[in-house]
Design a binder for this molecule. Sequence first.
Ligand SMILES: Cc1ncc(COP(=O)(O)O)c(C=O)c1O
Length: 429
Amino acid sequence: MAGERLAKGLKELADERVDHRFKALPPDAEGLTVGELAAQRRNLFRDGFTTPVLALSAESVEHNLAVMEAYADRHGLAFAPHGKTCMAPQLFARQLARGAWGITAAVPHQARVYRAYGIQRIFLANEIVDAAALRWLARELDTDPDFRLICYVDSLRGIELMDTTLREAGATRPVDVVIELGAGEGARTGVRTEAECRELADAIAGVDTLRLVGIAGYEGEVPDATPKRVAAWLRRLVALTVELDKAGRFADLDRIVISAGGSAWFDTVAEVFAELPELSAPALKLLRSGAYVSHDDGQYRRVTPFNRIPEEGDLQAAFRLWAQVVSRPTPQQAFLNAGKRDAPHDLDLPRADVVRSGRDGTLRPAAGVSVTGLSDQHIWLATESATALEVGDWVGLGLSHPCTTFDKWQLIPLVEADGTVVDFVRTFF
Ligand SMILES: Cc1ncc(COP(=O)(O)O)c(C=O)c1O
């Protein structure tokens, strides 16, 4: 049933019309369906795409999906990749086909997108305190007995808001919740102390609308993170899970949830979660990495755990943004026709990697070409020599931060190494 909904949703995406809504797609493809355009197997550089155009490497995405599936399997981790990174049902389908337990969301709207595509297990890594969203959730749980959503609780007021609204909405099943332990003093959400966690567990036990199923947090927010600090915080998460289990807080569960893990510390998560002793029910050790799916050429290249454990695998940067030189006002300056609208800039500036000649399509390294700034619609380049670039050349840029790359593009060409566009990835932000 859910599988059918996903298959139907993916078919609808393939049947969507290509038109002006989607940046960079060939003007002469207007009116074709996305599926028809993909079947033409056009070349990204020669067959009518307009610049700037973001390319997602088909081979690298496949590689990254396989690597993280294998990593999670090898370490006995269940996987709920964070879907906020890509918000792309086609990629969710591939993550689920590779054994993912479910998909993580940050906010109710994302969960609504997932439900529209029949995602049956959602881990929502936040409190839900929005009454309209809670009413929606109560309806979803009521109408689909196989749907499961787990969300955070980190305050008494949050519990009160959830309970009141769910009761008013006539919720027929309790919402599964995990208590969020904050990642230390000065960290983001999550209660700061174990004592507060106990207090929340008591409050949850006192309402019929919520069911406590485990403990969670996000090690990516450990202040001044080092492997030691991250491991120490994860050990608190494990100890708390053990303590609450001993206290009978997880009675009558099929699985006790313990969840952490983005794309920067999954090695430490695997190591510390392996220390979890046997509980009163089997543990669901849920990893939530999201950025791994495209990886990047900046922040995640620097922080990936595979730098520490190369023997366990590697990830490949899957994005390349192609933009064209539209102005060369001085020998030291050039301007590309992509800007903040097209490229992430919250962590690092894009990096000029390769130049594709506007005359004959030959490729050369972007030697002596550096990005110095971004305007809304321009990338500022400094060039060491007058011959480094000319108007009409294409520049291939490496990017930093998958989340703020995906969200700038609604339909992203999936491109093989030789430039053949084999599909288009639809995003919902
Ligand atoms: C709560 C939570 N879990 C998981 C993730 C996924 O981490 P990453 O983006 O490093 O893959 C994030 C990312 O911000 C997050 O906030």
